[in-house]
Design a protein around this ligand. Structure first.
Ligand code: FAD
Ligand code: NAP
Ligand code: SF4
Length: 677
């Protein structure tokens, strides 16, 4: 038994095979699945996770036939050549002592293809194509295709398959009246709607024989109108067990649901209660999922009896060695997923290869490598924000002699401000991780040290990495020095008091964050408030897990303003922006586009919108008007002739480009530079 996290790390005996622990790496579509020439990259990506100790890996989704594809020519398991290619993946994982299942996913009406099929011809609100209605023959042949894909997976060396029955994909579409209005034996009654899921599992089991893992991923709360009732979910679970599943994994919410299920503001482990309710109904292992990102949360879920396993997907992108570190008592070295979605899901939805904001090596294992240096250099990194922390720790890991300076009394730069935003508390984990790495890699940290150019030249550094970040922009508005005017730093970091009527200038990521900070009601039980505000029924008595949302009104009147005519928040992340917009809308924030700012005075903020003048009678005006690069040090180094003196000067993060800057680019740029010097 492991000394640390004994429940999480206890092996799981499945009868014919044993998993080395209870951690299942959940399925993620990374973009590497879709093209055969990426197979080596895919193998390296999974092999690294297997080396890191995860109990069972599940691949991204593979369609059992063409009409089930997520994208045109997307990942599919339908022929022997593909299966042969996948032997590279399975052998790479097995060589590292891991086990891996292929996920079989028929997208149904979620396919971004004009030839998609669904139980009924009802278009989804999040895809452009109306699906065709499956004929009875097509239903039957799709079940056969699932079975054939499972057989091919077995031939490819997979230890099993996961049958995707949640998140609103085809099987889930069959299960719900919302998308299944058939009147044949595949629809019309709960029993008929379940038939497709049960027959699929049964046929797969029949085809692959006994000693092959079948994970069935079941939707426990559809979180959409016209979803399943709990009694039907309970019946289905028992039928799925009887049909031959080995493990029931769980999923929460359809992709089109308007309740967030995985973004950073979703409390950790918020949905494990539903898995707890399922567990007593079946005798096969059940697996909890959604917003489980630390070994503590995972251990508690298993220890409390809510689940036998936990699924973590993004946390394994962020840190492939999550399990190994937990096992060795080094949980404080885990690079924690902060649930931002910026480099993983937002990429996937833009058809771009996934990676991870806090770990740019994710899905780039063969291309971005931190190899020991053959030429040890003396390196100065100025600025301990995300860019500087990444650059210094990677350079030191490679064996360079690195000094990291920061003018403030702590590392983290703007992440120290970001973590103050309600729902972004997890950003503190990135500071903890880098703090630990600075220590472990032997980076010489000099805080409270504002660096001047001459001292760098005098100290004889070979490489100087300028990561001095940004300066907040102060717009040229009349009265900008009025005492009503505050910056986002005054509000979020220095906690300057803010009145009951507030105007926020600028509606980028920071403007929205400040908006959330201003309207958030702190309560004793934040989790209960979260369920209430989003309308999540934790009793599971209501169909789909929905109940009427009960939003506590904001104690403040807040205006959020921008000059552009476009709708506010349009450029926020694809998979998280809608959540930020919904929060502010629910809280009654007045959003005004096309604003021109005339002046600030004792009356408040004077603006003109559509040619009409208006005075916003506010106590405070908070500036969130973007940022400019902080380049004073870089300029001084140039003036002092650093280059001529043989010093290589590099600019990274906000100091390089402030526009469109985010931590994803800062960490990526810092890590890539440090991998090369
Ligand atoms: P910074 O983080 O600005 O760090 C620069 C550091 O340099 C500072 O610590 C400063 O003290 C130091 N420094 C400057 N000059 C000197 C000198 N001469 N000597 C010594 N030290 C010096 N990004 C996202 O991707 N996702 C988000 O959700 C997100 N949310 C945010 C929310 C808020 C409220 C804020 C403020 C920012 C958010 N960001 C987010 C942006 C993100 O924090 C920045 O993109 C990132 O911090 C930039 O990193 P950096 O290392 O370039 O600069
Ligand atoms: P930003 O996204 O560039 O937004 C700046 C805002 O200021 C815009 O709304 C802009 O709108 C306004 N603005 C620009 N110049 C102005 C001027 N002269 N006068 C008045 N308004 C002006 O920058 P940010 O909000 O400061 O965020 C900084 C970075 O952090 C961004 O890259 C962002 O992606 C990142 N971040 C990300 C998140 C996230 O959730 N992913 C959260 C926070 C921050 P108009 O020009 O239309 O007025
Ligand atoms: Fe987690 Fe963000 Fe990395 Fe995605 S990009 S794995 S959400 S930290």
């Amino acid at each position: 038994m492991s000394e640390f996290y004994p429940n999480l790390l206890e092996p799981l005996d499945l009868g014919f095979t044993t998993l080395r622990n209870r951690v299942l790496m959940g399925s993620m579509h990374t973009g590497l699945e879709d093209r055969f020439f990426n197979i080596e990259k895919l193998a390296a990506y999974f092999a690294e996770r297997a080396r890191g100790g995860v109990g069972l890996i599940v691949t991204g989704g593979y369609a059992p036939n063409r009409r089930g594809e997520l994208l045109p020519l997307g990942s599919r398991m339908q022929d022997k050549v593909t299966a042969l290619l996948h032997k590279r993946v399975t052998s790479a994982v097995h060589n590292e002592g891991g086990k891996i299942c292929m996920q079989l996913l028929h997208a149904g009406r979620y396919g971004y293809v004009p030839y998609s099929l669904s139980p009924s011809g009802i278009k989804s609100p999040i895809t452009p194509f109306k699906p065709g209605k499956m004929s009875g023959k097509q239903v039957q042949s799709t079940i056969d295709d699932f079975a054939k894909a499972a057989e091919l997976s077995k031939f490819a060396g997979y230890d099993g398959v996961e049958i995707m029955g949640s998140e609103g994909y085809l099987i889930n579409q069959f299960l719900c009246e919302r998308t299944n209005q058939r009147t044949d034996k595949w629809g019309g009654s709960p029993e008929n709607r379940m038939r497709f899921a049960i027959e699929t599992v049964r046929k797969v089991r029949e085809t692959v024989g006994k000693n092959f893992i079948i994970v069935y991923r079941m939707s426990l709360m559809d979180l959409v109108e016209g979803g399943q009732e709990w009694d039907h979910i309970a019946t289905l679970a028992k039928e799925i067990e009887a049909a031959g599943a080995t493990i029931i994994n769980t999923g929460i919410g359809w992709h089109e649901a308007r309740i967030p299920t995985i973004v950073t503001s979703v409390p950790r482990g918020a949905f494990s209660f539903a898995t707890g309710k399922l567990k007593s109904l079946v005798s096969i292992p059940v697996c909890a999922s959604n917003r489980i990102n630390t070994p503590e949360v995972a251990e508690n879920i298993i220890e409390s009896g809510e689940a036998d396993m936990v699924s973590m997907a993004r946390p394994l992108l962020a840190d492939p060695f999550f399990v190994q570190k937990a096992e060795n008592g080094r949980a404080d070295e885990i690079n924690t997923c902060i649930a931002c979605n910026q480099a993983c899901l937002d990429h996937t939805f833009r058809n771009k290869r996934a990676s991870c904001l806090v770990n740019p090596r994710a899905c780039h294992e063969l291309e971005l490598r931190y190899l020991p240096t053959q030429n040890k250099k003396k390196v100065a990194v100025i600025g301990a924000g995300p860019a500087g922390m990444a650059a210094s720790t990677v350079a030191a890991e490679r064996g360079h002699d690195v000094t990291l300076f920061d003018a403030s009394d702590r590392v983290g730069g703007q992440f120290n401000i970001a973590k103050e935003v309600p729902g972004k508390e997890d950003f503190a984990e990135t500071l903890r991780y880098y703090g630990k790495m600075i220590d472990k890699r032997g980076v010489k940290l000099q805080l409270n040290h504002k660096v001047e150019a001459q001292e760098l030249i005098d100290a004889g550094f070979d490489e100087v990495i300028v990561a001095t970040g940004i300066t907040p922009r102060t717009p040229g508005i009349d009265g900008i020095d009025h005492e009503k005017v505050l910056s986002y730093i005054d509000v979020l970091l220095h906690k300057k008091p803010v009145g009951e009527k507030v105007a926020v200038i600028g509606a980028g990521g920071i403007g929205f964050d400040v908006g959330e900070f201003l309207v958030h009601n702190h309560t004793e039980d934040e989790l209960a408030q979260w369920y209430d505000e989003w309308g999540v029924d934790t009793t599971l008595e209501n169909r789909s897990g929905l109940k009427e949302a009960n939003v506590v009104p904001s104690a403040r009147k807040v205006y959020l303003l921008q000059r552009k005519e476009t709708s506010l928040g349009k450029d926020l992340g694809k998979t998280s922006g809608w959540v930020h917009r919904a929060v502010l809308k629910h809280k009654g924030v007045e959003m005004i586009a096309g604003t021109s700012y005339d002046k600030v005075d004792d009356q408040g903020l004077h603006i003109t919108v559509n040619g009409q003048s208006r005075v916003l009678d506010v106590d405070h005006v908070i500036l969130c008007a973007g940022q400019t690069p902080k380049r004073d040090l870089a300029d001084a180094l140039e003036v002092a002739g650093a280059k001529a003196k043989g010093i290589n000067v590099h600019l990274i993060g906000g100091a390089d480009v402030a526009a469109e800057l985010d931590a994803k680019r800062a960490i990526d740029q810092g890590s890539r530079l440090a991998a090369e010097i």
